[in-house]
Design a binder for this molecule. Sequence first.
Ligand code: SF4
Ligand code: SF4
Ligand code: SF4
Length: 788
Amino acid sequence: MEKTELQEWEDKCIQEEPPPCMTGCPIHVDARTFVKQVGLGKWEDALKTMAKTMPFPRILGRICDHPCESTCRRNEVGEAIAISALERACVETAREKVRGVMLPRKQTRVAIIGSGLASLTAAWDLVRKGYQVTVFEPTGRLGGNLWNYPESVLPPEVIAGELKLLEEIGATIELLSDISGSSRIATLRGEFDALFVGLDTVGVNCNGLERDDKGSVWCNVLTRGTSMEGVFAGGNSIRNGRPSPIYDVLDGRKAATSIDRYTMNINLENGRELEGPYPSRLYTNTSGISPLARVPAIGAISGYSVEEAMSEAGRCIQCECLECVKVCLYLDRNNGYPKKYARQVFNSEYVMFGRAHTKNLFVNSCSSCGLCETVCPNNFNVGEMMQRERRTFLKKEFMPPSFHEFALLDMEYSNSQRCALCRHEPGRDESAWLYFPSCQLSATTPLEIESSYAYLREKLEGGVGIMLGCCGAPARWAGRDDLFQEAQAAIRAQWERMGRPRVITACSTCRTLFQDNQPEMETHTLWELIGEHGLPPGHLTNNGATVSITDPCMARHDGETHRQVRSLARSLGFAINELPLSGEKAECCGFGGLMFNADPALAQDVVRHRTTAIDPPDTSYYQPTVMDNDYLAYCAMCRDNLAAGGKRTSHLIEQLFPAEGLGDPAGRGWISWTERRHNRAALRENILRQQGEPGGAGAEEHDRITLVMTEDVRRTADKRRILESDIKRVIDHAETSGRKLHNATSGVYRGYLKFGNVTFWVEYTPVEGGYRVHNAYCHRMNIVGTKL
Ligand code: SF4
Ligand code: SF4
Ligand code: SF4
């Protein structure tokens, strides 16, 4: 990934952008952190936060005209945080003195005329940057207009105490200085390397500086430069018709930056767009936040008491975005947000060997569901970023096969002679339509597919062919473009051979991938056609039972299907209780992107959060919602995963074409990987038989073995992605080769066999007619020899 590309990804995520209170402050006080510290009663820390960007915080904290409050996002839900009153409470409560960092002394000399807030700020900033600063003040004390504030607002001892600091850090102060002469500015300019003129200074003679239409000294708004080179000016700021201390400070700060640049011969204007207030790019969702009015100040004469201030600070929303993290357990679990993740993913240091596994796991655990893109104000699609990275890993041979092997083998099985077929309708040699029910639906509801196929043949004209197989989604998610293209090319070739019929899909993933990769293929959904041609006769009736529809993540942009499915659900007698995350905000079930393969624990947690109300929640931002009623899915994997998590979930096809003898579809529960494979093969056999063809895929040698397994052992093996056929192969090998271990005490045998990259182990005992399996596990170790 090129640096510029990383930059593009990073720029999309605005989580690190400063909040509106900070960008609305002319000198960018980090009000969010400050308010948080006040809320925690950390007064010294809060004062330090103010002092990071604010000169003389004990003065300004009492008199700032707080433009930040008008940009505070709390305004949308109640009233703005009383930042100014909190600053006052802070400077009255915190005891420590704050001076900040000083840079080494330079030889460059700067003259400052006057000592109002603009002049004082310029002097303060320049001394701290190492300049030799001399302040020329016409009166007998520093502070200018500051002395005009009532004592109750700004006590004289506070002014004196704060301004003493200026001398203490090294400024030279010349009081009672005569600055009224007509050539005084020009003379000082000749004696010093640069000059700042405080425009609020009583008696200053600005002869030689050009004036604007209103008669004020003309200054460049960005740099505060005047018409005389090396002379800068500011102060006397008016905002909303009133003097503005904080804009005086901004003038002084801008001038100090310019003087710094000017004396070092650096361009005065470049890169200064974000000085002063600007609109924040940070997005903060305020929906769901209760409106709250300001805490009234009644406890102290001068403003908030300590308790009142802390309570007022508690109203702060602590603005941030994290919209994507709130809806994604994967993002929440990794303790960051996409901008940070983009840096981690592409930062070359992160690829160092020790951390390669962590990075691999991180890149491969995202379900590529795209929900982040939908909720992000800037459409950051983490899934897309991770998909790109998976391809890069493959190219660089970083990708361990373990992450996707099981899913790719499952896909291979679906497209093998055991499960795949493509035929015209029995008795016809042409197809106007082609039913592609998907490998996952074939794996879970084969009987319902047969019934739906019969329905389509009855309702549609011109012949309805059928194609069984996998659309290639697992390869795509695994970053295996080669395998994906191969699968799509095979489908395309068969579709061409069938005469380019209209394709009927029952899985949103297949449909999306066909639409994206086979633009000439006209696709329709099974749900759409049933909506058009009427409910099948044997459908279930639900008498107003409530369900929540779990839209598949791959259908998030398919509003038409969302509507059609809901309409069918209502026709089936359901009342719909919408999940907060549905339709275009649908959550993934943990199958997408092969999350379940790369990070089974995370995928299980996704299911757990979607099916069980966890109290107290074990997440930071992610807010799952579980409804008490049953769920209705129209994706086979959603149905299976949610059912495996214990949630009563049925598939729409089970409601429309209920299979005899299977009972309540929402009560069917989980379906093992072994059953899934068996179902796919059986569906093919049945369809071929209906066509008058022999099935003929044939059984393998080890298939004759009978296994006896408890439900627990079956579930454990299934979770470890060990198929019953794998177990049979191991036992067959152990028994025929004699290579097995025997535990003389328990009587249990242990056999092993490596196929593919994996070594499988099975603990078993022979029983009447078969073998009792006690345990099965696998790993990626090679057994290089046996010590007898
Ligand atoms: S709510 Fe808090 S963080 Fe947000 S803008 Fe206001 S003060 Fe700043
Ligand atoms: S799992 Fe989905 S929502 Fe979460 S980061 Fe990946 S694509 Fe985005
Ligand atoms: S939604 Fe996520 S990716 Fe988008 S800006 Fe917010 S934190 Fe960043």
